[in-house]
Write a protein that binds this ligand. Sequence first.
Ligand code: FPP
Length: 253
Amino acid sequence: MDAREPTRPDDLPATPFHVAIIMDGNGRWAKERGQIRTIGHKAGVDALKRTITAAVDLGVTHMTVFAFSTENWRRPEAEVSDLMGLLRAFIKADLARLRREGVCVRIIGQEDGLPRDIVGMVADAHEQTKHNSRFFLQVALNYGAQADIVEAARRLAQSARDGAITPESITADIFANSLSTHGLPPLDLLIRTSGEHRLSNFLLWEAAYAEFVFQDILWPDYGHDALKQALDIFARRNRRFGAVDPGHAAQPA
Ligand code: FPP
């Protein structure tokens, strides 16, 4: 799952549009129905499939989703095992279709701790789809942004110790290229469902200039309409990237 090999195809659309989603609320969705949490995660996979289709239709070119965080190991063993099972089933049932539909799949996160067969399956999923360029699906699995940043810092420190680079030559771009998310366009929009307003150690570096949209909908209910609503909210935002509105650029003294 070392994602630092160059993977970004050259023929991506001229205007990439990168959306990330924290798919939250599976447990509450299941509880509302008197079901166990795994039923919510199962419905969450269906929502993910619907949302990928909707994203392609709505002009999104890159999507990063948070499937399992480094903190999710704290959940009951049975739930963790069911989540891994759902991932296996998702890859087995949907990889061929994703490949046919031009989706490039990349998994980011730490291999350590993951079941060995899953490590092999996600590597194979990337291998089979790496030349696709219609849509880029990045799945964060056993991922934590702080650990990713620490790993990048270690990598660069090692390069400096080896004499391959000098500390002074490290720029934000070089740092970004050392992260597991390297090669993707900047994050435009970060969505979190279920009414929670937290980043939860997701894409801390990448979200520097992203717009945040928080939606009350529980993840298993997500799909075309909810994504369209988030994109409409995004379209009304005024992104200034630290600058001022053009009309306010020349302030009188
Ligand atoms: C948060 O809901 C969701 C997760 C921790 C897992 C997200 C996973 C999926 C949508 C499906 C798995 C994805 C793939 C690619 C197979 P929660 O359980 O924290 O819900 P709660 O806050 O209501 O308890």
